[in-house]
Write a protein that binds this ligand. Sequence first.
Ligand code: PLP
Ligand code: ZN
Length: 426
Amino acid sequence: MTWSSARCVRCAKTAPASAAARCPCGGLFEIRHAFELGGAEEARARFDGRLALRRGSLSSGVWRFRELIAPDLAEESIVSLGEGNTRLYELPALASELGLARLAFKHEGENPTGSFKDRGMTVGVSQARHDGARALACASTGNTSASLAAFGAAAGLPVVVFVPRGKIARAKLAQALAYGARVLEIDGDFDDAMALVSRAASELDLALLNSVNPWRVEGQKSIVFEAIQELGWEPPDLWVFPAGNLGNASAFGKAFRELEALGLIRRRPRLIAVQAAGASPFARFFERRRADPKAAFEKQPGAETVASAIRIGDPQSWEKAIREVELSGGRVLAASDDEIMEAKARLDGAGVGCEPASAAALAGLQILARSGELDGGAAVGVLTGHFLKDADAVLSWRRGAAPGSLSVPARFEAIAEALTAILQGS
Ligand SMILES: *Cc1c(COP(=O)(O)O)cnc(C)c1O
Ligand SMILES: [Zn+2]
């Protein structure tokens, strides 16, 4: 039985669910499902019942929702590393500081390879293997390559990743290499790598596993499903996240629309997408369009930011993402690198921790708070990557600004003196 098909978001042409990443018209495909769930109560009960599973693919935080993600895929075709089931951290002190009634962060750094990319990759790789792919490829600012390398290894398929040379965090490169991917270090930026891998995929018969692949988007919807389930199927007012290539913006909007259409939630939150100011073509588009409703989307050459995971000037999913932000009544913000790193320090200091790009979510909320736009509602932020993904960013940012470290001779008297000073708060 076939429940899923693909449809181009630009020209509405339909295609089999195994469709390549792009329609001949240049638009992206979106997966459409004929959901077979029964009523909302029954569906909630089914998903809640699976929370107790400890083994098997349905214990994954992605595949628990398989009827909403890839209903056609047989369970034995699933390539899973136990992704999802990440924690939702409540931060009440930060909430009241910002003027919110409630604030929680979904920590996607707790996925098997340390970022949310695993949620899309388990679905994209399962589907690609099911469709007979002979090799898998992606371009990456780092986390996509680490994730694809791991899932490709688990699937027993060769992986080639295209990364901008010298521009990805060392831990991410190490992961891709260690999981056995062939790494092509491109003498250019992410946007160059993306253009090259797209061409290589279509001319050399490689399955493209960037988020232009509509199955990646299906998997990433589970961040929303899991958080909403954990909140007792009660959505927050704001859903806040960092935005680079705009796959997540596309996935989150689709997820909330589907939950509402199925009667699993009664209202949708506003999507708040936060870019780094130095890599903000999406934010600039919304800004320009306020003056000119006919303004076209434009890429931003030479994008630059400390948040390397969102250092993207030519986001692939802009068309889907514009629609999702609009349908949610949402906003797109741009945060400076200082704002992002200060927000990161807050999250690190709360014991939660994340990589720089992830902190853009909090930086965005701080921007809204400063302009008096937070009025006591509830917000959920998505922390996209693990702290250890980019430890160098902490050590090199404003070196010496962090007062934590102190050089002390290896003598007890010197230690005692230093400790006395620390404990007295001087
Ligand atoms: C990939 C990534 C992003 C950007 O997500 P998009 O879906 O490309 O907008 C943000 N943060 C981290 C840590 C990432 O790895
Ligand atoms: Zn089309």
